[in-house]
Design a protein around this ligand. Sequence first.
Ligand code: SF4
Length: 462
Amino acid sequence: MQTKTKKYFIFTWGCQMNEHKSEGIAGVLAREGYQPANDLSEADVVIFNTCMVREKPEDKVYSEAGKIGEYKANKPDLLLGVGGCVAQALKEKLFRRSDDIDFVFGSSNISDIPRLIEEARNLQPMLNGRYRPVMAIDKIADKIEDLPFVRVSPFQAKVTITEGCSNFCSFCIVPYTTGLLRSRLPGDIIAEVSALADQNYQEVQLLGQNVDSYGKDMDDPNINFANLLRAITHLEIQRIRFTSSHPQDITGDVIEVMGKPNNICEHLHMAVQSGSDAVLEEMRRGYTKERFLNLVRDLKDGVPGVNITTDIIVGYPTESESDFEETVDLVKKARFGGAYIFKYSPRPGTVSFYKFKPDQDVPDAEKQRRLEILLAVQKQITFEENQKRIGQKVEVLAEGHARAGDPHLYLGKSRDNKAVVFRSLINPIGTMVNVRVREALVAGLQGEIESAPALIPVSVHA
Ligand code: SF4
């Protein structure tokens, strides 16, 4: 008798690194014969790949697990596994609050998922009648787990270069949930990117919590981010991106490599977090406002057309009105292409959570006021910067349809990471097209296609 193919459905929360981990989870399951389910109703196993960066991550796990529990009423064999940062931090506590969770795995235990599924299916009560929690949570491994990735896109790939972070910014949970910095060997990264080039991937995104710290955990000073980038410029990949950059660690060498005509895209996501020196010191960021603005100047001088985007936290404890005004001033001077702006909220486990008492927190209404002021300032800058692109020809990697119901309207990204909408009668998805920009809004650019996908020349490598 033919056995039914088992299917999985993965929910991913958080950053691009988590999205890539989910590709690793998919790869591990595919190796066991699993296939992706189109929707929850087809799934035999559901995985939550969780994140702790946003507010109240635990509550979200429990409420989403409750929804899976409702599915289980009609499909008792359905299993729910929880991994990612929340699992790494809470471990067996997750079972105490939710009966719907069948197994839990840590950030370095993705390869253990098939065994955990097996154990959860064959669950036996222990002698005292209670069930043993089905769980694999190792200490964050020294090495980065070697996973067989099933990539979501056939033309854009993510490649991990580091995991963890040793910076310990006061507000950030990452070093506690993902461990200290671990860099992959350059040869392994280059081999992976080369293999992607052989499979005709157009774009590779190098991932790390702080890519500029690449190699700092190794003895060889030649292993650093600039040299890694240099090596990758010689590979036959049209576009190389990376995220995230840290103002403290970015070097002149990196700016020099980015400034050469090569396959490294002119986009840099570099979180500034605040424009106040006092707040930056409290946050343990390792730079001042002046140093950051000098870096922005060096990048804009050294990398023609670079688009710098950032993250900012408003209402950090101790942030006074004049501190906030320093941030507004920095945003006006830096003229970021875009910014993710958040209200500070304390995360258990971080330095700032323990250091500041609740009455030292900036009141929420004040945080909201500051958020709205900064959003308005940044929105205007983004609009003005985008307006400068009208009339320009931009190279766009077509990523998908722009709108359901309009088969000829497509959406892609320029090299400097602007969203570009355009019409095409030929389906260009997965290829480079040239688009003449006719309109510019805050959300991105709109234009007309100038060359059919097949006519685009291959970019020149340095
Ligand atoms: S550098 Fe980034 S990931 Fe590392 S501790 Fe600071 S905010 Fe967190």
